[in-house]
Design a protein around this ligand. Sequence first.
Ligand SMILES: Nc1ncnc2c1ncn2[C@@H]1O[C@H](COP(=O)(O)OP(=O)(O)OP(=O)(O)O)[C@@H](O)[C@H]1O
Ligand SMILES: O=C(O)[C@H](O)[C@@H](O)[C@H](O)[C@H](O)CO
Length: 190
Amino acid sequence: MNRAPRAQIVVVMGVSGVGKTTVAKGLSTVLGWTYAEGDAFHSEANVAKMAAGTPLTDEDRWPWLRSIGEWMSAEIAAGRSAVVTCSALRRVYRELVRAGRPEVVFCHLVADPGLIGDRMERRADHYMPASLLPSQLATLEPLEPDEPGVEVSVDGEAAQVIARALAALDLQPPGTRTPRDTRTREGNTR
Ligand SMILES: Nc1ncnc2c1ncn2[C@@H]1O[C@H](COP(=O)(O)OP(=O)(O)OP(=O)(O)O)[C@@H](O)[C@H]1O
Ligand SMILES: O=C(O)[C@H](O)[C@@H](O)[C@H](O)[C@H](O)CO
């Protein structure tokens, strides 16, 4: 029987400035998957708060996380695989995003804080000030072993990082799978 493969959702997570947008866009292009920018789901109030240099609270983040989850559910219902950025700093946030969606896997981007700070300082067209990096790092709870996902270093050029993320996630661009790979993955409920 010819069954359509289940949709997969990759959440590219990590602190502000670590490279989520860069990597998520790259993955979606290579894989031909839908892409969404998690920042676009923030309320104007959240954006204004961050732009003013004030960290968001849990209460600020819950509605934002729920909107991202709703977007994922729509993609899953349509049978589309997708990549979305979402800082997903705390485990409870990731649990909210995953709840009822076994298709979700996280790609946690990591780097030396100095490297992230440099990249943020050089980025001109973004509301998030580099001064919020310490609070992002303090809030971050790295992926735990029982959570679905991988950790990927963003050291090096963007193309290298995207290739590293694909390999860590065990994803191949369409057309590059051998029949043997296809058989293996059909039976894999990861
Ligand atoms: N591998 C890389 N090498 C050099 N520069 C990079 C790399 N990845 C990202 N950058 C640059 O670093 C800055 C931050 O990257 P990006 O905007 O993708 O991060 P982000 O995690 O999406 O940030 P935010 O959460 O604040 O939106 C950008 O100016 C981007 O062009
Ligand atoms: O949880 C948070 O504090 C926010 O999502 C931030 O991480 C920003 O949205 C993002 O990084 C934009 O710069």
